[in-house]
Design a protein around this ligand. Structure first.
Ligand SMILES: Cc1cc2nc3c(=O)[nH]c(=O)nc-3n(C[C@H](O)[C@H](O)[C@H](O)COP(=O)(O)O)c2cc1C
Length: 481
């Protein structure tokens, strides 16, 4: 059975010890963020968990963070599969989408505040880099719609609290949410906008997929969930939002309304620049009778944001390469979890069909995504194991022959400090492709034959040595030994 809402999912995470309830009172102005930072900065990925802060000072509303993106395991639980199946799950969901269903009512509107009563200070909005951020901000799903095509879009865009009924949204030129808003404001109309806080995990994960403009992420979310998503109409605008969400904030952006946003702690690990961004007026806040607040932990990597964006977009790239580009030699894709998802390092496993195939795949992926680095390896490498990928680079890659630098390609991320000059201007970005596939048959591996190694495991046990799980890297090597 798919999860009906965020609560269903949190219950399963808790059963699996991937979510911890904190009864100790915490302050959302600093303690929530600092505890979440310790979790990501100190614990190895397999020990990470989400936080359910039950007792948040000054509010009855609990705060959750790190639940979806605690680790790949939490994402697998969200998708009701195992970690190695995440790419397949994402690819299949893109192939079999479900159009959402408009329903008459939803729990997200059990309590409705409009006009002067819709106040952001009624919510425990977290300060994510306390001591350095300008203000608290929302990190959650943002819904907009194209005025002309009426196709909606979902993305996560940092939303700074400006006052009790106003926000400034980190909507940058080129972002699909920005394009949607422009289709209204260019005509002199106010653009509708809505924020969705804590809903079915499939919707959260679909939102961070980098899909082409005009593809409705809610249909992809239906594919991930395995059934159409129920939506309700907002109370003060025409947008449709998930019926099962905990909290919905509704707003409008008037033409020309901008304000200063930042500085804020950024995904690249530094404080980001200050700039003018669109402002929105809040027109309504609706929620369940006893709502839960959710905010993603981002900023210094690794983080929840790097985890969910990397895992979902690896599946998106795999499906693109196989179904759209038609290259069936591409087996698997992994994006390193320690940077900003699509902006970081992608590793691709292929079975090369001709000389130069590795470079071609690497170049294509670099071109059609915003990844900065693409490493291509053979299918006998565990792309999720950095030591195995490094071995492929050391033994199968010759820098002069196998490197491609793609120069002057625009990646609109002024938050990447390596793209800024001393005056803060953003320089054109470049990309690196490493083809670490074997170019010639390098001969047999320097390991004893597989049957001898397996027999030696009995001797290992007889010696009283501690048992271990054979790593995938070793299994792949033994297959060829
Ligand atoms: C926690 C978190 C915060 C994010 N903040 C921003 C942001 O402030 N601005 C932005 O452009 N993208 C941000 N992103 C990335 C986008 O949400 C993501 O790339 C999304 O797919 C963009 O949607 P779009 O391609 O429809 O514009 C954030 C992602 C996460 C998970």
């Amino acid at each position: 059975m798919p999860y009906r809402d965020m609560r269903d999912y949190l219950a399963v995470l808790e059963q699996q010890n991937l979510l911890k309830r904190i009864t100790h009172g915490v302050d959302h102005n600093w303690e929530v963020a600092c505890l979440a930072k310790w979790m990501y900065q100190a614990l190895p990925v397999e020990e990470r968990f989400g936080f359910y802060f039950q007792n948040v000072k000054g509010t009855k509303i609990p705060v959750v963070t790190g639940a979806l993106g605690g680790s790949p395991k939490s994402v697998a639980v969200a998708l009701q599969c195992e970690v190695p199946e995440i790419n397949v799950k994402v690819s299949n969901a893109l192939r079999h989408t479900h159009k959402p269903k408009l329903v008459n009512s939803g729990v997200c509107q059990e309590v409705v505040f409009t006009g002067q009563q819709a106040r952001l200070d009624s919510l425990p909005i977290v300060t994510w880099t306390p001591g350095k951020d300008k203000a608290p901000y929302l990190t959650t799903i943002v819904v907009t719609r194209d005025h002309d095509t009426e196709i909606p879009n979902m993305g996560v865009y940092r939303t700074m609290v400006g006052g009790p009924r106003s926000v400034v949204i980190n909507l940058r030129r080129g972002r699909q949410g920005f394009r949607n808003v422009k289709t209204w404001t260019d005509k002199g109309k106010t653009a509708p906008i809505a924020w969705v806080i804590a809903t079915e995990p499939a919707i959260h994960l679909a939102t961070v997929a980098n899909l082409p403009y005009g593809k409705d992420e809610m249909e992809f979310a239906g594919g991930l969930k395995g059934e159409p998503i129920d939506l309700v109409r907002c109370k003060t605008n025409d947008l449709h939002v998930p019926a099962m969400a905990e909290i919905i904030i509704e707003g409008e952006i008037a033409p020309g309304d901008v304000d200063t946003e930042g500085p804020f702690g950024e995904f690249a690990g530094y404080m980001g620049p200050v700039d003018k961004r669109p402002m929105a007026k809040i027109t309504a806040i609706t929620h369940r009778r006893d709502p839960i607040f959710y905010g993603y932990t981002s900023q210094m990597p690794p983080s929840e944001s790097t985890t969910i964006q990397s895992l979902v977009n690896a599946g998106v790239i795999l499906q693109m390469m196989r179904d759209k580009i038609g290259d069936q030699a591409v087996h698997d894709v992994w994006i390193d979890l320690t940077f900003g998802g699509m902006l970081g390092h992608g590793v691709v496993a292929i079975t090369p069909q001709f000389p130069g195939h590795g470079k071609r795949v690497g170049r294509t992926i670099a071109d059609i995504t915003s990844l900065k680095r693409v490493t291509v390896v053979d299918a006998d490498i565990d792309i999720r194991d950095p030591t195995h990928v490094d071995w492929a680079i050391n033994s199968r890659f010759s820098p002069q022959r196998d490197t491609v630098v793609i120069d002057d390609c625009h990646v609109s991320i002024e938050t990447d400090p390596s793209l800024r000059d001393a005056r803060g201007n953003v320089m054109p970005g470049s990309k690196l492709v490493l083809d670490a596939t074997e170019k010639i048959d390098s001969g047999p591996f320097s390991l004893p034959p597989k049957d001898m190694m397996m027999k030696a495991l009995d001797v290992w046990k007889d010696c009283g040595l501690a048992e271990f799980k054979i790593p995938k890297r070793a299994k792949l090597r033994l297959e060829k030994s």
